[in-house]
Structure formats: C-alpha cells, structure tokens
Design a binder for this molecule. Structure first.
Ligand code: DQA
Length: 146
C-alpha cells in the first residue's frame, strides 16, 4: 500500500481560529481526517504530523526516507525562509507536493517566493483544504498508484 506523509508547519495547529477569512474555519484535525478518508478511498495510507519547529520538520522529512513513498508539505511561513527544509526534501529524494491553503501569489510580496517549490513536483495553493486532497491525487498519480 502506498504510504504518504502529510506534514504541516508552524501555526497550522491553530487552523479554525487563525485568520479564518484567509485559512478557513476547519481545524487541522478536520483537515487531517478528510485526508485520511480521501486516501483510504483511493487505497492509500496517510500519516499526518504538525510541528511549529523547523528542525523537527526536517527530522520528520529525514525519517520519511524508506518509510513513506511521498510527502505532502505545507511548511507555513518556513516556505518563504527555509533553505534547510528545501535541502531536506532534496536530500531524501522522495517525491513531494507543496500545499498552501491560501493563494500565496495573490498575497504579500514576501509570500511569493517559495524555497520549497524548487524541491517538489508541484505546488497547490488557493483552494483551502481541498488542496491537500488535490495533492494526494497528484502524488498518487505521480507514483502510478491511483
Ligand atoms: C500558508 C501560507 C504561508 O504564507 C503562511 O505563512 C502560512 C500558511 C497557507 O497554507 O496558505 O502559515 O502556508
């Protein structure tokens, strides 16, 4: 069975109450449950993990090698700052998809640059929590596992 790791970065534990006009009213637990159900329907397995700490996210990416077939990552604001997270994805050589709930390209200038984008197959942004399900579809298609 194809195994995917869904990683969420800083402040995404506050989904539901954090700027709902930007990020929606679903909690992270609700989004993760949706991912779980969607993946199960497609015959895949997902594990979800969230951290507010860059190093912890990097450790999770390292540990994914050999344990998962691909990674879905919403790195939050680390997207725009973290060369280390980008390097971690390059290092494990696992296919990855970048997700953002909001359309980062339509927001402040500093959100337009994503270091993560250089290391992933593609980016899904602007579709709210649906973006995670789209990322699951895209990753499974890429892996030839749909
Ligand atoms: C985000 C967009 C980032 O710019 C922001 O820092 C986040 C959330 C999104 O999902 O839209 O924390 O990654």
């Amino acid at each position: 069975m194809t195994k995917l790791l869904i990683l969420n970065g800083p402040n995404l534990n506050l989904l539901g109450t954090r700027q709902p006009e930007v990020y929606g009213s679903e909690t992270l637990a609700m989004v993760e449950e949706k991912c779980l159900q969607h993946a199960t329907k497609l015959g895949a397995n997902v594990s979800c993990f969230q951290s507010n700490h860059e190093g912890v996210l990097i450790d999770q990416i390292h540990a994914a090698k050999g344990a998962y077939d691909g990674i879905i990552l919403n790195a939050g604001a680390y997207t725009h700052t973290s060369i280390s997270l980008m390097d971690a994805i390059f290092s494990v050589e696992l296919p990855a998809v970048e997700v953002h709930l909001s359309n980062i390209h339509a927001r402040e200038e500093f959100r337009h640059r994503s270091y993560i984008s250089r290391a992933v197959i593609g980016q899904v942004c602007g579709f709210g929590s649906l973006g995670y399900l789209m990322a699951i579809d895209a990753l499974l298609a890429h892996l030839g596992a749909e």
